[in-house]
Design a protein around this ligand. Structure first.
Ligand code: NAD
Ligand code: MG
Length: 383
């Protein structure tokens, strides 16, 4: 039976690559969604003929509705629309590739319908990990990682049992500022931060990679997905991005997943698991590779430290860290704050929050809003 995919965030970097996989593998598209890109969503709706197309922005959605009046595509707006796309009865798999914790509610909606979730949107697990994993268990929804490292770890874990895991080696490219000192990173520019050496991705995750917040978010994502304590996760910088992550088992065996850096592999692996499908493209040529390099993460990039601290404090603190980061990254991209201010804003928000343990969905969303309000109110003090 052909798979039917509901694709949240279809106009983004992961969204478009998912459509490439869908083209190559002949799957059906049940729904597509985006923030406000009317032109691209119209084009995608005409090409893939989904049942539903959703734009978060109300005005853009009204425009799209007029444009698609000659088709049978239903058009909806806002969070209600996003939730409907996630819970669509005709879809069996929901690939969630929206950016930011806006993905939390639709992911929960998909879980409650027992869908297979192919999860690229890591912020969802960072903020709602406990809740999401519990509900996925209760509703029998499978969550399969799309993040390349987590897909790699998941593939490595096929080699042993959970209680045989000794440690998870989460690899990182190290980003563009891998070799800079604490002093040198104070005056890096937005353009320098956006120039990722190995991967072409959306802007937010590209900045997160430069600050190493991305790796911090990924540590938390791995703790929830694989149910391992944070002490068992070690970040290893592997600048060539040839090894996508590794797992060491208790007998000392280290299993690595390797390949050329191409997000289409984790995307299609999450869709077809436990099967593997053909994927064209370049293969690793080991004779040409000659060597693989490793390094420790650069401590001047404080993302791992701050995210790990938030996770250790637990409960709602990871939401504060994540929301402060989303807020600060938007300001940095807008050239309103410096690169290192991102860390200061996250620290400030974390220092002003009292943890709520086991937060409900409502408490997580409230914590997010409170974080934005605090940073908006105190932005001149923090500066
Ligand atoms: P992107 O910015 O390229 O695309 C984001 C998508 O989400 C777009 O379709 C956009 O329209 C939509 N969107 C943005 N804001 C929205 C909002 N407020 N409400 C609803 N929809 C909104 O991002 P991306 O690089 O594709 O990343 C998507 C997610 O996947 C992120 O969580 C990222 O961390 C994760 N991820 C990405 C990569 C990658 O290679 N790009 C790798 C691993 C994980
Ligand atoms: Mg990743």
């Amino acid at each position: 039976m052909s798979k039917r995919i509901s694709l949240l965030g279809s106009t983004g970097s992961i969204g478009r690559q998912t459509l490439d996989v869908i083209d190559a593998c002949g799957m059906e598209v049940a729904a597509i969604t985006a923030n406000s890109s009317v032109d691209v969503l119209e084009e995608q709706a005409r090409r893939y003929g989904p049942e539903l197309a959703v734009l978060m922005d109300e005005k853009a959605a009204a425009d799209l509705k007029v444009r698609l009046a000659d088709t049978s595509v239903k058009v909806l707006a806002g969070m209600d629309g996003l939730m409907e796309a996630a819970a669509l009865p005709s879809a069996d798999t929901v690939l969630t590739a929206v950016v930011g914790m806006v993905g939390l509610r639709p992911t929960m909606a998909a879980i409650r319908e027992g869908k297979r979730i192919a999860l690229a949107n890591k912020e969802t697990l960072v903020c709602g990990g406990e809740l999401v994993m519990e509900e996925a268990h209760d509703f029998g929804a499978e969550i399969l990682p799309v993040d390349s490292e987590h897909s790699a770890i998941f593939q490595c874990l096929q080699s042993g049992a959970h209680d045989e895991i000794e440690e998870i080696l989460l690899t990182a490219s190290g980003g563009p500022f891998r070799d800079l000192t604490a002093e040198q990173i104070t005056d890096v520019t937005v353009d320098q931060a956006l120039a990722h050496p190995n991967w072409s991705m959306g802007k937010k995750i590209t900045i997160d990679s430069a600050t190493m917040i991305n790796k911090g978010l990924e540590i938390i994502e791995a703790c929830w997905l694989f149910q391992v304590p944070i002490e068992k996760i070690h970040v290893l910088v592997q600048p060539d991005s040839v090894i996508h992550s590794m797992v060491q088992f208790q007998d000392g065996a280290v299993i690595a997943q390797m390949g050329t850096p191409d997000m289409k592999l984790p995307i299609q692996y999450a869709m077809f698991y436990p099967k593997r499908a053909f994927l064209g493209g370049e293969r690793l040529k080991f004779e040409q590779l000659k060597s693989i390099h490793f390094a420790k993460p650069n401590p001047a990039l404080r993302g791992i430290e701050l995210a790990s601290e938030a996770f250790r404090r637990g409960g709602s603190m990871t939401t504060v860290m994540n929301a402060a980061n989303e807020y600060a990254v938007a300001k940095f991209l807008n050239r309103e704050i410096f690169f290192t201010d991102i860390y200061r804003w996250i620290e400030y928000a974390m220092d002003h929050h009292s943890v709520i343990q086991n937060p409900s969905l409502e408490e997580i969303l409230k914590t997010e809003q409170e974080t934005y309000t605090l940073l908006e109110k105190d932005r001149n003090i923090i500066k």
